[in-house]
Design a protein around this ligand. Structure first.
Ligand code: NDP
Ligand code: 2IT
Length: 445
């Protein structure tokens, strides 16, 4: 089957999975030229085999809430591809989680992990459990119940989960504790662990820092940097927080942050002190971004909206998928945005990507620009294997090198005849070729 036939076939076989179709379509739409140079791929039905996950575990999770009610959620792990290393990818806890979303994320993760230069396959898991409004004890009981099923399917050389939306250091710690109890084994089975029990320094910062390192490389191609540039950031979780921190360190100005209820616009800029306040609000008190506007002078809170109608030089979507619509993209371009660099996975809808590319602005897809998180997860796996831990400076330097390498690969495979770098094409071809070659070498299994 050729790429178009594979896509049509997937849509028919898995009809209710729009996010999965969207992610597959984006990749297949950019690799055709390269793929056609390798007739052996078609003979071995490589594209279809690469688009369909190796296996999916689906299970029921039962737990008891603080009022003694017996609650049921769904749990999943999508093991997409392990051609270049053990399955690797985060776990998401959010009410919206379903198989379509996890299949898109596991598919993306496969190419992202390939780009990192580290030996990691692609996976994603999660649950429709929403941590919002739950007590710490409820979250702990849920994590233990989730792991009671998942532990059979993962392991340090099999499948290594980590965090994602709704899963941070606290949840990884609870899941690690449960894994250890059920298996009687202390191993590097999860990444993003606490630093006292094998977690890598810089892992919490890695996705956000990496996102900004990538942005700096893009800006360099235009002979500029972040100094004095205004930035719109969406989200106020892990990726948004450390994206903001690195933007500030490199001289940029952060105008907005958001959560699922709305966004705040601070014309004076969210500086490091105010960002510390947001970190405490979100990470300790699990409050709402609206409270920022109540705390600081001159701040506007816009409920129910995303920040993309505001004027700025740079947009950094760091919340969730499909958060930049075609209209939002048009508004950003009309307001003179020069770069869009994705901290989140697939935050830009396909029509909006076209808007950015037609306007010839710098646009980086998440699988390239947010790969810093999983890269430092890979470095955590290495440190666990050799039973050593590296200094923050050492990990940060390695992260920086990896982001430069990903950028170089995007430029190598994505530069168009007129000199415009199509980062989507570059990332997809570079990510795809490595996995495809490994699969060819390993036979049809
Ligand atoms: P967090 O849970 O720490 O933060 C998520 C943020 O996004 C919160 O501000 C949340 O608001 C907001 N958000 C979540 N869902 C929605 C929604 N449906 N609509 C609007 N806002 C929403 O997650 P992360 O920061 O870890 O993840 C953010 C993005 O980055 C995701 O796309 C994730 O896949 C991606 N990513 C994460 C990596 C990591 O290492 N953590 C690595 C690479 C990518 P609220 O509090 O209201 O829910
Ligand atoms: O989307 C992602 O790359 C992540 N959530 C991080 C995965 C990981 O294994 O660190």
């Amino acid at each position: 089957m050729n790429a178009k036939e594979v896509l049509e076939n997937l849509k028919q076989r898995f009809p209710n999975e729009p996010e999965y179709h969207q992610a597959v379509e984006e990749v297949l739409g950019t690799i055709e030229e390269e793929y056609n140079k390798h007739p052996e791929f078609e003979k071995f039905n490589l594209i279809e085999r690469l688009c369909i996950p190796d296996r999916i575990y689906t299970f029921r999770v039962n737990w008891i809430d603080d009022n003694g009610n017996y609650r049921t959620n769904m749990g999943y792990r999508v093991q997409h591809n392990n051609a270049i290393g053990p399955y690797k990818g985060g776990i998401r806890f959010h009410a919206s989680v379903n198989l379509s979303i996890l299949k898109f994320l596991a598919f993306e993760q496969t190419f992202k992990n390939s780009l990192t230069t580290l030996p990691m396959g692609g996976a994603k898991g999660g649950s429709d459990f929403s941590p919002r409004g739950k007590s710490a004890a409820e979250v702990m009981r849920f994590c233990q119940a989730f792991m009671l099923e998942l532990w059979r399917h993962i392991g340090p050389d099999t499948d290594v989960p980590a965090g994602d939306i709704g899963v941070g250091g606290r949840e990884v710690g609870y899941m690690f504790g449960a894994y250890k109890k059920y298996t009687h084994e202390f191993s590097g089975v999860l990444t993003g662990k606490g630093r006292e029990f094998g977690g890598s320094l810089i892992r919490p910062e890695a996705t956000g820092y990496g996102n900004v390192y990538f942005l700096m490389e893009m800006l360099k191609t235009k002979g500029t940097d972040l100094k004095g540039k205004t930035c719109l950031i969406s989200g106020s979780g892990n990726v948004a927080q450390y994206t903001a921190q690195k933007v500030l360190q490199l001289g940029g100005k952060v105008l907005t942050m958001s959560d699922s209820d709305g966004y705040v616009y601070d014309p004076n800029g969210i500086d490091q002190e105010k960002l510390n306040w947001i970190m405490e609000l979100k990470n300790q008190y699990r409050g709402r971004i609206r409270e920022y506007a109540e705390e600081f002078e001159g701040v506007k809170y816009v409920p129910g909206e995303k920040p993309w109608n505001e004027v700025a030089d740079i947009a950094l979507p760091c919340a969730t998928q499909n958060e930049i619509s075609e209209e939002a993209a048009k508004a950003l371009v009309a307001n003179g945005v020069m770069a869009v660099c994705e901290g989140a996975n697939m935050p830009t809808v396909p029509a909006a990507i076209k808007v950015f590319q037609n306007a010839k602005i710098l646009y980086a897809p998440g699988k390239a620009s947010n790969a810093g998180g999983v890269s430092v997860s890979g470095l955590e796996m290495t440190q666990n294997s050799i039973r050593l831990s590296w200094s923050a400076e050492e990990v940060d330097a390695k992260l920086h090198d990896i982001m430069l390498d990903i950028h170089r690969n995007c430029v190598k495979y994505g530069t168009e005849p007129d000199g415009y770098v199509n980062y989507v094409k570059g990332a997809n071809i570079a990510g795809f070729m490595k996995v495809a070659k490994a699969m060819m070498a390993q036979g049809v299994i």
